[in-house]
Write a protein that binds this ligand. Structure first.
Ligand code: ADP
Ligand code: MG
Length: 700
């Protein structure tokens, strides 16, 4: 190459000194612009900022990621003379005059006469008195609404640029304090900065996946000209978040592989005796799960396995087998539950068997008195306690195990993940996560992508599917008759109190009142106990023990019995005002019966069908139609949408704003492949970091 050519080169190419600063191309991404607070936007003062924060909107980026709940339907633009009563339409015209008056109560009615040359309408607004000043005679205005006998009722309007009255205008999750119009305007301001984010995906990927640019996708999401455009935008944004999720999961899996655990020796005599002590033989599904666990325990990387199985499928038996492996190796096991009730229940369940096997178990909850708590902690630290059962109190910093080898975490989605990571800090036990939250397997792989999954698909063979009936409340006396029939046969029952949105105390009082009422009326002559979250732990335990021992016939309870309570002699349950419960909750509640060989029943009582919402009807129909938790999980997805998937709040799923899992399985697959190709490139590093930090992904 000739020197002359070299000299015309810009500084900074190979072999030359780079400049102190590169000139900044105008299109260069400035992602920091999106990190700026909403208060940097015009007209956002402290009050608005606070209201935005209530919706989780703190930065410009948050506004851009505020996904419209839906879009307005398209409305015909009509001349005033062509307006049809009760049809949504858009009218453009000029204000003739405006005036306001008071209506009934505190209602303020603003009326404007608007003409477009073909006729005149009297447009009305409610409770927007400030608008009068803007509707001066001669002002051009576009209104969207309906003509009825009172005039033209305005739903939205534009005085300048067409945004509110546009077809497919976005409808955001808003709040009472923050009007749709204001939110749209703010998102509009944020959109002007959308390009600042740049596109984190390599151009080659954008091309090969045939995706729109991210900035275009955001515009399409918030200002679509058609539903198709909105959908295309959404899918690009969904791809991004799925890719981040997959990259994060890959990173986590890698980190885990670096951890070291001690391999446990093969199962021996203790496990043999365990099988003999159990009053039943393990099912094939249970044996398979144990097998998979055994293989993990033989490795020097810590087990991270998710044990999935519907309520009553028999997971606890498998969990105990796993804990016993630690004991057999001369080490310790921990069993953790999300609530005190469940921890106590687990303790009661395994205590008997453990005693029979000569194993020392202890229950450690925050409910223990200080001295007792210290005592149990000491026994755990010295290794005298071989299996410790508890809530998160077990993994608080002041509880030290002498030699924890296996931890079982029940209902893991209820755990704050920080708690789970605290467990593993400085030591790497083998961990078995148990969940009765049935997530379809494909989803489980997405959410818990770095966990191995074992499934107990079939319940013990002698189980009869629970018969579920839906009864309207005018026939609730028949439901109670049926229930007392079971009681007379020596069976036990649950009555679940209505779910009321109130404080724990109010709920507790309602439960007590209901128990009292039932004692006098429907359940006269039977022993009725009551269980709710306000009972002191000792009282709760006494009630549970009495119910387990058959000293109480009926347990009237709030949803505290939702998980874990295990009394096989309870064969019938009445759920009052069942329409108020979520599908997952109903399924969990129903799982309290049908735990023995006896035919069990679940009676869902609600108001008349016609008075329930469609969604409530769908839920109750689904409950009657199937007892299969996986099927119900799918149904729940359909009814509620993805982010709220059964108990997924603690998992990566809650971070998925744009993804529709059922619909986007292809995207998920593509994101997984792309993540595998790109894993080492540090792509989307910040976003991955953020996700891992917020840690919904289940630190080991
Ligand atoms: P899960 O934890 O999955 O909800 P559990 O382990 O609590 O289920 O088991 C539910 C009930 O079924 C318990 O009463 C348990 O003793 C019983 N059970 C578990 N495994 C079997 C089996 N193989 N055969 C018969 N009964 C079983
Ligand atoms: Mg259980």
């Amino acid at each position: 190459m000739s020197p002359a050519v070299t000299e015309t080169r810009q500084v900074g190419f190979a072999g030359m000194d780079p400049p102190d600063r590169w000139p900044r191309p105008r299109s260069a991404p400035r992602p920091e612009a999106l990190a700026a607070g909403v208060e940097t936007l015009p007209r956002v003062g402290p009050a608005v900022q606070k209201r935005l924060a209530k919706l989780g909107l703190r930065t410009i980026g948050d506004l851009l990621a505020h996904r419209p709940r839906r879009y307005e339907r398209p409305a015909e633009e009509r001349a005033i003379s062509d307006l049809i009563a009760d049809e949504e339409a858009v009218v453009e015209g000029v204000v003739r005059a405006a005036s306001s008056r008071r209506g009934r109560g505190r209602l303020k009615i603003l009326t404007a006469r608007i003409t477009d040359g073909t006729g005149e309408i009297r447009a009305t607004w409610f409770n927007q008195p400030w608008l009068e000043a803007q509707l001066k005679p001669g002002t051009r205005v576009r209104v969207r609404g309906k003509l009825n006998r009172f005039g033209f009722q305005v739903e939205s309007y534009d005085l300048g640029e067409v945004t509110e009255t546009a077809d497919y205008a976005p409808v955001y999750p808003a709040s009472e304090a923050l009007a749709q119009k204001q939110l749209r305007a703010l998102v509009g301001e944020a959109l002007a900065l959308a390009r600042a984010e740049g596109d984190a995906l390599p151009a080659s990927l954008v091309v090969s996946e045939a995706l729109p640019l991210r900035a275009d996708a955001l515009v399409a999401l918030h200002r679509p000209r058609s539903p198709e455009e909105a959908e295309e935008g959404r899918r690009r944004l969904a791809f991004d978040e799925l890719l981040v999720l997959q990259l994060a999961l890959a990173r986590r899996a890698q980190e885990r592989e670096a951890l070291v655990a001690e391999a446990l020796p093969a199962a021996g005599e203790l496990l043999q005796r365990y099988r003999e002590v159990l009053p039943f033989t393990l099912t094939e599904a249970q044996e398979r799960a144990i097998d998979e666990i055994d293989r993990d325990l033989a490795k020097t990387t810590p087990m991270q396995r998710l044990l999935q199985g519907d309520v009553g499928a028999g997971k606890t038996v498998v969990a105990l087998a796993t804990l016993l492996r630690a004991v057999e190796a001369g080490r310790q096991g921990a069993l953790m539950a999300p609530t005190e009730v469940l921890a106590e229940q687990h303790f009661l369940t395994i205590e008997g068997i453990c005693t029979e096997l000569g194993i020392r178990v202890a229950l450690l909850t925050s409910a223990l008195g200080a001295r007792e708590h210290a005592n149990v902690r000491q026994l755990i630290a010295s290794g005298d306690v071989q299996i410790a059962v508890g809530t998160h109190a077990l993994i608080q910093k002041d509880v030290g195990f002498r030699d924890l080898a296996v931890a079982v975490v029940d209902e893991q989605h209820r755990f704050g993940v920080e708690q789970r990571s605290a467990l593993a800090e400085g030591r790497s036990p083998h961990v078995l996560h148990m969940t009765a939250t049935p997530i379809p397997r494909t989803l489980a792989l997405t959410v818990y992508g770095d966990l191995q999954v074992s499934e107990i698909t079939a319940p013990p063979a002698d189980r009869k599917p629970i018969v579920t009936a839906w009864v309207s409340d005018d026939r609730s006396s028949e439901a109670y008759e049926r229930l007392t029939h079971h009681l007379r046969d020596g069976r036990q029952a649950y009555v679940v109190c209505p779910l009321i949105e109130a404080s724990e105390t109010t709920v507790a009082r309602a439960a007590e009142d209901e128990a009292e009422r039932l004692r006098r009326v429907e359940l006269k002559g039977f022993r009725v106990g009551c269980m709710h979250g306000r009972l002191k732990p000792a009282e709760r335990r006494a009630v549970m023990q009495a119910f387990t021992a058959g000293e109480i016939d009926v347990l009237v309870a709030t949803t505290v019995i939702e998980v874990g309570v295990d009394v096989p002699n309870a064969t019938i349950m009445i759920v009052q005002e069942a329409d108020r419960f979520g599908l997952a909750q109903l399924h969990q509640l129903r799982g309290r019966v049908g735990r023995g060989a006896e035919q069990s029943y679940c009676l869902l009582v609600s108001g008349p069908k016609e008075e329930l919402t469609d969604v409530a009807n769908e839920r109750l129909e689904a409950m009657v139609a199937t007892t299969d938790g996986f099927e119900l999980a799918e149904k729940d997805l359909e009814i509620r949408g993805e982010g709220q998937l059964l108990g997924a709040r603690q998992s990566g799923l809650s971070d998925l704003r744009f993804t529709r899992l059922r619909q986007d399985t292809d995207l998920l697959e593509r994101a997984r492949e792309a993540a595998a190709d790109l894993a080492d490139e540090g792509l989307l590093g910040d976003a991955v970091e953020r996700l891992l930090d917020a840690d919904h992904l289940g630190a080991s």
